[in-house]
Write a protein that binds this ligand. Sequence first.
Ligand SMILES: Cc1cc2nc3c(=O)[nH]c(=O)nc-3n(C[C@H](O)[C@H](O)[C@H](O)COP(=O)(O)OP(=O)(O)OC[C@H]3O[C@@H](n4cnc5c(N)ncnc54)[C@H](O)[C@@H]3O)c2cc1C
Length: 486
Amino acid sequence: MSIILVIGAGIAGHTAATFLKKELGKKHRVVVVSPSAYYQWIPSNIWVGVGRMKEDQVRFRLEGVYRRMGIEFHQARAVSIFPEGGNGHEKPFVQAVYTDPQRQGQETELEYDFLVNATGPKLNFEATEGLGPATGNSYSVCSSGHAKETWEALERIFEAAKNGERQRILVGTGHPTATCQGAAFEYALNVAFEAKRHQIEDKLDITWITNEYELGDFGMAGAFVRRSGYVIHTKEFTESILAEYGVKWIKRAGVYKVEPGVAHYELLDGTKSSIAFDFAMLLPAFAGVGLRAFDRQGADITPKLFAPSGFMKVDADYAPKAFEDYQIEDWPSTYQNPDYSNIFAIGIAFAPPHPISKPMFSPNGTAIYPSPPRTGMPAGVTGKITADNITEMIKQQRTDLRHKASMGKMGAACIVSAGYGFWNGQAATMTVNPIVPDWNKYPDFGRNVKYTIGEIGLAGHWVKLFLHYMFIHKAKGYPFWWLLPE
Ligand SMILES: Cc1cc2nc3c(=O)[nH]c(=O)nc-3n(C[C@H](O)[C@H](O)[C@H](O)COP(=O)(O)OP(=O)(O)OC[C@H]3O[C@@H](n4cnc5c(N)ncnc54)[C@H](O)[C@@H]3O)c2cc1C
């Protein structure tokens, strides 16, 4: 009997755990460790953040689902990995601290034969002075709890606007190298859409602030997309949507400090400036969650397993090189740790080999450019292929990993909500193939424009809403869940 320990129950970890259990059955144990009692469908948080969904519509408790599926669940935070065993354990193990109310603060040591690290990002608000909901200076939609608070604050802004007071809204990236522009962008559009619905658009000044060199970069160096039969750049696509929604923008901006009602930023040309606001939703930088690793003797081997960013090293080429020398082959395809073949890191938890957008520095030496995007589809896909590979390692004693998914080869679809409403909703549907541009294979556009498209309309909203229900159906393990795509 093998024990597969999955740390993290987000899109990547939950996908891996559910497929592992389905494929391995009762003969093997699948154990999940995650600090939250809930699974949450993060992409719908933007709708919680504008009051169109309640928090409980985007999350559900994991315990019952895991009990029904035969997966063991520990509501706990993983702290350290001992990949060689030690401390009285023959097998490798993970140290974790319980977060569930009954055992809060108690430590546990969970042995494994295979470890899947799917801990997602640390929301690194501390990397920007004064940023984040804990400071009260800015809001976030990165978790359903954050999004709920964000809506409560935005509702007060809407009330003030309804009373005739002009309100300034700032949405975007809260750190010079933050990623997830797509999520913040959707939030800006949804705020503008709701303002119109509440007939207060002429009372709001909405500004989009971003670390992108050009709008539409999204951390993937932008894209040439097919739209209505023409090939256009995501810069034009994004600028035209913001203009249509009445949103102004500031680009090439690294927010370095947020104070009550004012954000300070440095531009790529080195100048510093500030913008005043009544409400700000600014996304933090991401980092690894701070796991540590120790060898059998207890010596700290964290740098062996983890990159300086805190994300775990996998089968990528991490050798430093010039931007021009980056290769598609640098990107990982099996997510297996190079030193410990029974450890995998999937979703946001793996360390990318390098940025996709060109690294840019101001004359003051400040890096101002987006980190690579970490979206849901690759998180789900890496969860699925890792479950398939581990299953074959266990059942067929295979050492070669047949299931592969490189961001340099796989496509991704992202539906950017631009307003909620069954009859008047809007969403921009974007597909890119591959995620990392491959200029050798596609010298004209870096990607296959046949499968790289951008369209905006009501149908996109229906698809986004359908996906919300479909992915929650799948995550709950309801009938035929495994047939639904990642
Ligand atoms: C507002 C918003 C909207 C988005 N919209 C889209 C979209 O429309 N389309 C899209 O493709 N992507 C979207 N994304 C990105 C998408 O949500 C992420 O790519 C995806 O959630 C990553 O999955 P993950 O499993 O790697 O990480 P997460 O979903 O963050 O899951 C990480 C899990 O690990 C747990 N964990 C954390 N620390 C520990 C620890 N120490 N021990 C154990 N467990 C731990 C967490 O509690 C969580 O369960 C959006 C993101 C945001 C913030």
